[in-house]
Design a protein around this ligand. Structure first.
Ligand code: SF4
Ligand code: SF4
Length: 431
């Protein structure tokens, strides 16, 4: 299911930005390890520089306010935040939240878990220094900036669903941005919280979402599709398993014994069959890396409830006992049949007519096919050519070329090399 702004009664269509407009991005951090910032900086599709330098046609220029990237520091760095909260920024803005949202408002007194700026940076200080010179809670910035934002994007599993800081036993009361702002939250354009999960997230997932939203603000595209918990639907609609490069092993019932093995990792704790994440298509960065490519099982890091709902890590999920056993039985039979077809597929028709494989590499395999393989091939070809010319039969009538096997015809003896080759032959089974 997808949603558009009208579903939320928003004011989105009130004004499209003009060409040449600037959109400020205020990056707020809660209980964060900065991994999302690193993911965002590594993204290439698009790169941050392409947005800040306005290199993409029709996408407005982004002014990024990030505590680790900004040239300004102290009060100069905080001034735009304050202006946005005051309503005096004079330009549209987006709020990005990285890290879990601690339950700071529940703390009595001036304590905090995450903060940015001091009391003098906070708009309410105009009315009497509400916080004095104490740090301003990051959560105060969030509720103050969220209503006026064009959109609020939670990046990473901590900001989306609470993540590791919200695991059972935490003392911070951490939660996701959606939980913090509540189900009534709509941005100034009527857009609920947008969630781009992952621990750390695929940076391109975030940057592409931001770019699509910017294009939407400019009136060039409709609001992109989001699923019922605010994830970009085109990124999180599929499971890891459906696009996993090891899915063929799963289908044939062949499973890894330890991380790094080539085979399917489900029996050593992969939750890919039920986890929504696109890292198998997109890679960790620039279509490179990613969990399964590195030999690692999926531990569900994009999912609500991670990590507790997917622990203990590296233990086979209960559901895999049923699906794994089924695939071992059916996949095992299918795999063996495929091996027979593969053996036949690795033979030229000419080789079959001549009764030998003219490859020194294949001398160890110069055996006539097993009777079972012959029967299998007979019925396979029947089905394959049903209703069409039977090339298998026609190939049998094809004469062998006169100059085939020319060295043997000329009496050139190269047998001396055969023992050396035999030592280096590797059969498919050995591989
Ligand atoms: S490694 Fe995981 S995602 Fe990949 S095929 Fe196996 S179960 Fe599916
Ligand atoms: S494959 Fe699993 S562990 Fe890896 S990024 Fe996706 S959800 Fe996280």
């Amino acid at each position: 299911m997808s949603y558009d702004v009208g579903d939320f009664g928003g004011t989105a269509m009130a004004r499209n930005l003009d060409d040449g407009d600037v959109v400020h991005v205020f990056w707020l951090s809660g209980m964060s390890c900065d991994g999302c910032s690193v993911a965002m900086l590594g993204a290439i599709s698009p790169r941050l520089e392409e947005l800040t330098l306005r290199l993409i046609p029709r996408v407005p220029r982004v002014v990024m306010h990030h505590s680790m990237l900004d040239e300004d520091a102290g009060a100069d760095f905080m001034a735009p935040f304050r202006a946005a909260a005051d309503g005096t920024l004079g330009a549209p803005y987006v709020v990005v939240v990285e890290g879990s949202i601690p339950d700071d408002q529940a703390l009595s007194g001036p304590g905090h878990y995450a903060a940015m700026g001091t009391g003098s940076d906070w708009p309410s200080s105009k009315g009497g220094m509400q916080h004095g010179d104490q740090p301003v809670k990051a959560t105060d910035w969030m509720w103050a900036l969220a209503p006026g934002a064009q959109a609020c994007i939670a990046i990473g599993t901590c900001a989306t669903w609470g993540g590791i800081p919200a695991a059972a036993g935490n003392i911070t009361g951490s939660m996701g941005l959606t939980d913090y702002l509540g189900s009534d939250y709509r941005s100034a354009r009527g857009i609920p919280v947008v969630n781009v999960p992952g621990c750390a997230p695929v940076g391109d997932n975030f940057m592409e979402t931001l770019k699509e939203l910017l294009l939407h603000f400019e009136g060039h595209v409709e609001l992109p599709e989001f699923d019922d918990i605010g994830r970009p639907a085109w990124m999180f609609g599929e499971t890891v398993h459906r696009h996993c490069m090891k899915a063929g092993y799963y289908e044939e019932g062949v499973f890894a014994h330890e991380p790094g093995d080539n085979e399917c990792l489900v029996e050593i704790g992969c939750w890919g069959p039920v986890v929504q994440c696109n890292i198998t298509e997109r890679g960790g960065i620039n279509h490179l890396g990613g969990c399964m490519i590195a030999g690692g099982a999926c531990i569900g890091c994009t999912m609500p409830g991670f990590p507790d709902k997917y622990s203990p890590f590296y233990k086979a999920p209960p559901g895999s006992a049923v699906s794994g056993t089924t695939s071992r039985i059916t996949g095992g039979a299918i795999r063996r049949l495929r091996r027979v077809s593969m053996a036949s597929g690795n033979r030229e028709p000419m080789w079959e007519n001549a009764g030998e494989v003219p490859s020194a590499w294949g001398r160890a395999n110069l055996v006539t096919p097993h009777p079972v393989a012959k029967v299998n091939a007979f019925f396979y070809k029947k089905l394959q050519y049903a209703g069409s010319p039977n090339h298998a039969k026609r190939n049998k009538k094809q004469p062998l070329p006169m100059s085939r096997d020319i060295l043997r015809q000329k009496g050139v003896d190269l047998e001396a090399s055969v023992p050396v080759l035999q030592e280096h032959l590797v059969s498919r089974e050995e591989l």
